[in-house]
Ligand binder design. Sequence first.
Ligand SMILES: Cc1ncc(COP(=O)(O)O)c(C=O)c1O
Length: 380
Amino acid sequence: MRVYLDNAATTPLDKEVFDAMAPFMLEHFGNPSSIHSHGREVRSAIEKARRTVAGLLNTSPAEIFFTSGGTEADNAAIRCTCRTHGIKHAISSRLEHHAVLHTMELLEKEEGVQVSYLRHDERGNLDLAHLEELLASKPKTLVSVMHANNELGNLNNIEEIGEICKKYDAIFHSDTVQTMGHYKHDLQQLSTSFIVGSAHKFHGPKGVGFLYCDANVKIQPLIQGGAQERNMRGGTENVYGIIGLAKALEIAYRDMEEHHAYIQSLKDRMIHKLREQMEGVSFNGMSEVSDKSLYTVLNVNLPASDINEMLLFSLDINKISASGGSACSSGANAGSHVLRALNIDPARGSVRFSFSKYNTSEEVDYVAETLAKMYKKQLA
Ligand SMILES: Cc1ncc(COP(=O)(O)O)c(C=O)c1O
């Protein structure tokens, strides 16, 4: 048995999604920009996919732009908003994905944008009073705060953040990569100017995603060179990727309640089994609190031991694929900027288990037992 518990990194493609994509690899190969029938039939499939995504998110198809994934969508939202609207102040947090953090750093270096980082506590809860304080004292601002943290699973209250941004006339971008397809986003209820999605995080194909861009916040394109995506993203569309993304999101919404309950039960079982079998185990961030964290992610904090240096490698030898860096940046792990920002004791180990609809309780039991044995041996 090989166990895959790294679904926050990527998920296996759903067979139903593959079946929807296959005809667009083989039969319907036309370029959607071509005006002949080969092109037109593909163009119409892309527009249908756009309507599907827009319908699920309760918004207009004119506000959905397909991209190469979450990273590009985050880059486009942040860089192009600052550029188009001459914004010189941005607010984010040190716990964001590098798609946001590195983009912020670049804006600081190359475009003279001042970036403020929100305060957070030792469990990664953001200080929203600080957000208000910053917004009250600054000119027109772009706020970028993720919906769920990909390492810890922490959920941020983007409804509340959106309302604060609205009050101060700030533009709000939320990196929703980890929640898209796992929670329902109703864009008529959310005060966000931008949210994003990446198909491979919800059993769709890799290399395709989308940007939702509020029609009232016009931005110039990130990628030049063609009139595709209504002049918002040059380049021939990833046709079968787009078809797969829409199908995957449709399935995710169709089965969401059932999968939510099932995956949460796997996560709860892992928490319970680890507590039962391992002394000194705890959980990073808000990971173990069910209504404050993603049901797909559990970040485990492990006792100080020599094994921590080679933790992911040792799990891999035991046929377990997981991820997550330690708080230190030496050894086999690259280190995690998120765990460091939380001041997690670097002597302790950390591992992120992330679950999907394809995991089973037997797999969870095997992983918990294996981990407990590894530490018992080492600590004995
Ligand atoms: C929170 C978050 N943002 C952005 C990305 C990047 O998405 P993509 O792999 O589609 O570029 C990821 C992927 O790990 C993520 O977890």
